[in-house]
Design a protein around this ligand. Structure first.
Ligand SMILES: Nc1ncnc2c1ncn2[C@@H]1O[C@H](COP(=O)(O)OP(=O)(O)OP(=O)(O)O)[C@@H](O)[C@H]1O
Length: 299
């Protein structure tokens, strides 16, 4: 179980590091084994910073982030259980080495005692598990493989570890529509094996496809979270409603949501109960309970 409890990340920013940016502000949610949690928000809302903290790549400034009750401690044992897959699969491979060198690196680091035949069998199984034909992909250089194939090889690489949790950060944004669905189906298969997944995306429609839970972020804060079906059927926060209404149209520029942070109730709500989230229905939480007041800014 991944648990974030009021996790905050502040970066130093500005000339000589004099200023600071709060990229993530008291974010709380959890992801159980076999559950996919979709983290949605526009650019700069803090999604990747959360993903990086879960992966132990960025330190938490305050709050608690635990996996199965233990604080995230980057190291070999941790990365056996937690892995990340990112947007640009090409950047994860060294172009001068064959793509399946990523498997050899896993073997060297985590399974040095496994014999050649057994390792080859494990690699073949992992590659088949991500619906690739080993004969078609092994022994090839990255430029000889498609983005979708490379992305799937990275997931296969993760499967060779005792994986409990996967952070998938915009993994489908560089893929064409049909490959995107293939990769999403793959994530669905991983969930069925009991893997927890944090699925980071700015694409609402992809978020709903697989996620049990959705967390909507804005400027580093959770504005709404909960059961995906409930949240999409009955979005309570004006920002979520704006996101849902903002389906791109060919002849219309996308209009970003108006600020709602000035809403007095929003701040009062936060003060009232720490995280400030109000349960609008069982399993559905919103950052601001006096919604019409917030909505005023969006009217
Ligand atoms: N290392 C850093 N130093 C200073 N500020 C940072 C750093 N990393 C991120 N930020 C800031 O934190 C905020 C959140 O960034 P983050 O990359 O988490 O957003 P995001 O939602 O993932 O955006 P995108 O969808 O564009 O990737 C931004 O304002 C960003 O400029």
């Amino acid at each position: 179980m991944l648990t974030l409890d009021r996790v905050t990340k502040t970066f130093r920013a500005g000339a000589f590091g004099g200023g600071s940016v709060t990229a993530v502000d008291r974010v709380s949610f959890s992801a159980a084994p076999g559950e996919l949690v979709s983290l949605i928000g526009e650019s700069g809302s803090g999604k990747s910073t959360i993903g990086r903290m879960v992966l132990g790549l960025t330190e938490v400034t305050s709050g608690s982030l635990t996996l199965d009750g233990e604080q995230v401690r980057p190291g070999k044992d941790f990365y056996r259980r937690v892995q990340g897959v990112f947007q640009d699969p090409f950047s994860c491979y060294n172009p001068v080495f064959k793509a399946d060198r990523v498997f050899a690196l896993v073997r060297r680091a985590y399974h040095p005692g496994v014999g050649d035949k057994e390792w080859a069998d494990r690699v073949e199984k992992a590659v088949r598990d991500v619906r690739l034909d080993p004969g078609q992909v092994l022994g090839r250089y990255p430029h000889q493989l498609s983005g979708g194939q490379l992305q799937r090889l990275l997931i296969a690489r993760a499967l060779l570890l005792d994986l409990r949790f996967l952070v998938a950060d915009e993994i489908t944004s560089m893929l064409d529509a049909s490959t995107r669905i293939d990769v999403l189906n793959l994530l669905a298969g991983l969930k069925e094996r009991g893997l927890g997944v944090l699925y980071i995306t700015h694409d609402l429609s992809l978020g709903t496809y697989l996620a049990e839970k959705t967390v909507v972020l804005r400027n580093g804060r959770v504005v709404e979270h909960g059961d995906t079906t409930k949240l999409f059927a009955n979005p309570a926060h004006p920002y979520t409603r704006t996101l849902l209404a903002a389906v791109p149209r060919l002849n219309q520029p996308w209009t970003p949501a108006e600020p709602v942070e000035s809403c007095a109730y929003h701040d009062a709500g936060r003060a009232a109960s720490g995280g400030g989230l109000h349960e609008t229905e069982p399993g559905h939480f919103v950052a601001c309970a006096q919604l019409p007041a917030c909505g005023r800014n969006l009217a």
